[in-house]
Ligand binder design. Structure first.
Ligand code: PHE
Length: 506
């Protein structure tokens, strides 16, 4: 007789009792073994050619929350038709709804189905319903039959249903009253060799799968039959905890700046328009300042401006250029507009505030933080997103230093090809935009805006040395590196995607 382990023997005998074939769940019941134990036994019995495994795909359905609600109360159209009949077969929509105590959110659906099922004629203008006696609304539809069957059984296997009920499945699925899940049904079947062995009668010897202190102390371990472990058998997939892929890249960006000798700064998320716009020489009628683009706080509406000297200098600079040699924007600067509180739209608000308090060179700081814009969400836009931002102030820094710094930064992120383009920002001159080549996608992608702060920005703050500045969205870079197409995936907590993404992102 072939040597079988205890669980294999039990599984074999259970199969014999089920006349040679049965689904795993049933074998679990009959054998008294755990599900995993039956599965393991099935695997080794299959390699010994004593059983065959059959797999069948099944579609299971169950009620959604709305589905269970309608199962209890009746479909909305059923509730309306019952009430209509109660009211004599002809009544206004309002009366029927009141009689049925139908929730407002179901009304459109209910009316739609009433007419689709032909139970009533609806006079749109008068909002009147009249019962259509030819349609036998008194008979339960297949959708209703399926609904109550599901309510009774909890879940059903679509493949086991009659053809008629299967049609109802797609009806209810479209109405989002049922949810569908795919299942695999595993069945085991004895082979001829398996039958022979089972019939000969197998004697079950106790097997020990764990060496307990008791077995050792009593010396029984000497006689016990130790279960062999198949260390090559597939085990369950384990999903260890890990840092979110986007956070890993954000951490890496921080590390890179630190490696390059920058210090991290952070600032307030709620900021005055003064620091977000005015101090950056962005005129008060600039389109970016409109509500359509910027979130303004409703409460409190206004914040504090800095000391008078700075405010006056900024005002003058906007109005006529002050001592900067510029003509300014030639309008009346309003302190009230500058006091308005907003959600910062870029982290340049953080670096400029820092500069105002650190006027002596050298300054080399960065920030990686969230900013807010009134954007319509889609696959490439978020209303709350990350920006990376940096400034370098020193006695003799130039545009070359700026390009070199960015090149180095990108290189450390694995992006080797960088191009710089002329661009425009109200606060820098010259201004540039950088694009990097992403080999995986074979395309160039725009990343950071940058430039050297204009005198109109520096003079009011009393800064005497050149300041290199750059900033840009981070999510674009993250999705490129992760190969994600929809930016929203980063914040959806899609466990499947998070699990599939490698533990380590560099
Ligand atoms: N603040 C700009 C943006 O949000 C980027 C930028 C920062 C440009 C610093 C120039 C200098 O796009």
């Amino acid at each position: 007789m072939a040597k079988l382990r205890e669980n294999e023997q039990k599984t074999l005998l259970a199969l014999e009792r089920l006349s040679g074939r049965g689904p795993v769940d049933q074998l679990v019941n009959v054998s008294g073994l755990a599900h995993a134990a039956v599965m393991r036994a099935a695997l080794s019995l299959t390699t010994k050619k004593l059983v065959r495994t059959h797999e069948r795909k099944q579609t299971a359905i169950a009620l959604t929350k709305e589905g269970s609600y309608h199962a209890k109360k009746g479909l909305p159209e059923r509730r309306l038709i019952n009430s209509l009949i109660k009211l004599g077969g002809e009544a206004s929509v309002d009366d029927v709804v009141e009689e049925a105590e139908l929730e407002k959110k179901f009304l459109t659906i209910a009316l739609g189905w009433l007419s689709r099922k032909g139970w009533v004629t609806i006079k749109k203008k008068e909002r009147e319903l009249s019962f259509n006696p030819t349609m036998r609304a008194d008979l339960l539809g297949i959708d209703e039959k399926l609904l109550s069957l599901l309510a009774e059984k909890g879940s059903l296997i679509v493949e086991d249903l009659s053809q008629e009920l299967q049609k109802a499945v797609s009806l209810l699925k479209k109405r989002r009253l049922v949810k569908v899940s795919k299942k695999t049904l595993r069945e085991l079947e004895l082979t001829d060799a398996g039958w022979d062995l089972a019939k000969k009668g197998i004697e079950i010897v106790e097997e020990v799968s764990q060496l307990t202190p008791d077995l050792i102390r009593t010396g029984r371990w000497r006689k016990a039959k130790l279960r062999r472990f198949d260390v090559t058998a597939p085990g369950p997939i384990i999903h260890p905890g890990k840092i979110h892929p986007a956070q890993q890249i954000i951490q890496r960006v921080r590390e890179i700046f630190l490696e390059m000798g920058f210090a991290e700064i952070r600032g307030s998320i709620v900021e005055t328009a003064f620091w977000n716009f005015d101090a950056l020489f962005q005129p008060q009628d600039h389109p970016a300042r409109e509500m359509m683009d910027t979130f303004y706080l409703a409460q409190p509406r206004k914040g504090k401006l800095p000391e008078k000297d700075v405010v006056d200098a900024v005002a003058k600079t906007h109005e006529d250029g002050w001592i900067t040699g510029s003509r300014g924007w030639e309008y009346n600067w309003s302190p009230d507009e500058a006091k308005r509180l907003i959600m910062r739209t870029h982290t340049t608000a953080v670096t400029i505030r820092y500069l105002a308090e650190h006027k002596e060179p050298p300054v080399k700081v960065f920030s990686v933080d969230r900013v807010y814009r009134n954007e319509k969400l889609d696959y490439q836009h978020l209303a709350e997103f990350y920006q990376i931002e940096g400034i370098v102030m020193d006695k003799k820094v130039t545009l070359r230093d700026l390009m070199g710094t960015l090149k180095e930064f990108y290189l450390k992120l694995g992006l080797k090809k960088v191009q710089f383009w002329p661009s425009y920002f109200p606060y820098t001159e010259p201004s540039m935009q950088s694009t990097v080549y992403v080999p995986e996608l074979k395309t160039w992608v725009e990343l950071c805006g940058m430039g050297i702060f204009r005198p109109e920005v520096l003079a009011p703050l009393g800064i005497k040395y050149p300041v290199l500045a750059w900033g840009g969205g981070l999510e674009r870079l993250i999705i490129l590196k992760l190969g994600v197409e929809d930016i929203r995936l980063l914040y959806k907590n899609d466990l499947g995607w998070i699990r599939r993404t490698p533990v380590c992102q560099r």
